[in-house]
Design a protein around this ligand. Structure first.
Ligand code: AMP
Length: 210
C-alpha cells in the first residue's frame, strides 16, 4: 500500500476515512492533532501549554510537532499522515524527516469539503478519548449512544469543535493549504476528491492507494 498524506480542512472526514483504511489495510494513522492531544492528556507541563493554544485553534510550534511526528514515522507500517504538512515550511520539514527515516510519500489526497458541511460535521462530532475513533451525533452514530464501538469508552466532543473555533481552524487551514496543494500538484502526487458521501470517498481513495 502507498503511504498517504491527507490534506483537507478540519472535519472533512480524514479521521473517518483513516479508521476505515487502518481496519481494511493495516495502515498506521498518524494524526498530529491526536499526537498533540495525547500530550495534553498526559498532563505534562508541555501539554498545559499546548492546550491553551489548541483551544484557540492556533498552530503549535514546528519544533514540537516535528519531534512528535518523527517518532511516529519510525513505525514500519504504511502510514496515513493527517494534519501535516499544514504550512509551506512543513512541506520541507516533512521531506527532511522522511529522508531521515528512509520513507516516501505515495499519494497526497485532498478531501475537498465545503465549509458549511465541514462545520456541521465538526459541531456534531464525537470522538473516543482512548482510541481516537470518530463518530457523529446524526450522520455516523455509534451503535450504543455515547459509547465507542471499538473500545467501549465514553465518547466526548472536542473542546475546539465549537462553531466559533471551527471557523478559525477552517479558514486558517484553507489559507495555508493553497501553496501546499500547488506544490503537490506540481510534483504529480496530488489527487483531489470532491465526493462527500463516506462510502464514495472511500472507493475513490481505494483507487489511488494500491
Ligand atoms: P486537528 O486534529 O488536525 O484539527 O488539530 C488540532 C490542533 O492541533 C490544531 O488546531 C493545531 O492547534 C494543532 N496542530 C495539529 N497539527 C498541527 C501541525 N501540523 N502544525 C501545527 N499545529 C498543529
Amino acid at each position: 500500500m502507498k503511504n498517504v498524506v491527507f490534506v483537507a480542512p478540519p472535519a472533512a472526514g480524514k479521521g473517518t476515512q483513516s479508521d476505515i483504511l487502518v481496519e481494511k489495510y493495516g495502515y498506521n494513522h498518524i494524526s498530529t492533532g491526536d499526537l498533540l492531544r495525547a500530550e495534553v492528556a498526559s498532563g505534562s507541563e508541555l501539554g498545559k501549554d499546548l492546550a491553551e493554544k489548541m483551544q484557540k485553534g492556533m498552530l503549535i510550534s514546528d519544533e514540537i510537532v516535528n519531534s512528535l511526528l518523527e517518532k511516529a514515522l519510525m513505525d514500519e507500517r504504511p502510514f496515513i499522515l493527517d494534519g501535516y504538512p499544514r504550512t509551506e515550511k512543513q512541506i520541507t520539514y516533512l521531506e527532511e524527516i522522511l529522508s531521515r527515516v528512509n520513507r516516501e510519500i505515495g499519494v497526497v489526497i485532498y478531501l475537498n469539503v465545503p465549509e458549511n458541511i465541514a462545520c456541521s460535521r465538526a459541531t456534531g462530532r464525537l470522538v473516543c478519548p482512548k482510541c481516537n475513533s470518530v463518530f457523529h451525533k446524526t450522520e455516523n452514530k455509534p451503535k450504543v449512544e455515547g459509547i465507542c464501538d471499538n473500545c467501549g469508552e465514553a465518547l466526548i466532543s472536542r473542546s475546539d469543535d465549537t462553531e466559533e473555533t471551527f471557523k478559525v481552524r477552517y479558514n486558517t487551514y484553507v489559507e495555508n493549504a493553497k501553496p501546499i496543494l500547488k506544490y503537490y500538484e506540481s510534483n504529480g502526487l496530488l489527487k483531489v476528491i470532491d465526493k462527500i458521501n463516506i462510502d464514495e470517498v472511500t472507493s475513490e481513495i481505494e483507487k489511488v492507494i494500491k
